[in-house]
Design a protein around this ligand. Structure first.
Ligand code: CMP
Length: 138
């Protein structure tokens, strides 16, 4: 699925009223929205989604943050989607994010970093199918 990626607009950006501006940035960058959902994760869901980070020191803070409020999950389509989307959102730590990127504009810290983007085609398929059953066969 090299033309698809998965994203979540995180609780900080939703709570701060940035959802509409971030979706507009995504559309202006040429992505097509294939599916979108507004929901609040349970602790079990957040622990499962971020299971790859279970042994990392920031895991508990990450899960606590991700269940602190609603998120927006989406499947996006564009050529070279994973890499193109990671360029649009900027570095994980907003202090290191390039000017004009979503994290530079809307993120406050490495935890409250406004948005998630899959880091590979394989993870985009796993993460997309976590939220959207129609994408199980990516
Ligand atoms: P995300 O792309 O959603 O994937 C894992 C998240 O963990 C990451 O964004 C950050 O918000 C958060 N995180 C907190 N501390 C770190 C860290 N030291 N390195 C990477 N990610 C971190």
């Amino acid at each position: 699925m090299s033309n698809k990626t998965f994203t979540m607009i995180k609780p900080d950006a939703v709570a701060n009223g940035h959802t509409g501006k971030i979706i507009d940035d995504i559309l202006q960058a040429g992505f097509k929205i294939e599916a979108m959902k507004y929901l609040q994760l349970s602790r079990a869901q957040a622990e499962s989604f971020y299971g790859i980070h279970r042994e990392r020191p920031f895991f508990k803070d990450l899960v606590d943050f991700m269940i602190s409020g609603p998120i927006v999950a989406a499947i996006l389509e564009k050529d070279n989607a994973v890499e193109s989307f990671r360029t649009l959102i900027g570095a994980t730590n907003p202090e290191q994010a390039a000017e004009g990127t979503i994290r530079k504009k809307y993120a406050k810290s490495i935890d409250a970093n406004a948005i998630h983007g899959s880091d590979s085609d394989a993870n985009a398929a796993i993460e997309g199918s976590f939220f959207f059953s129609q994408f199980e066969r990516f």
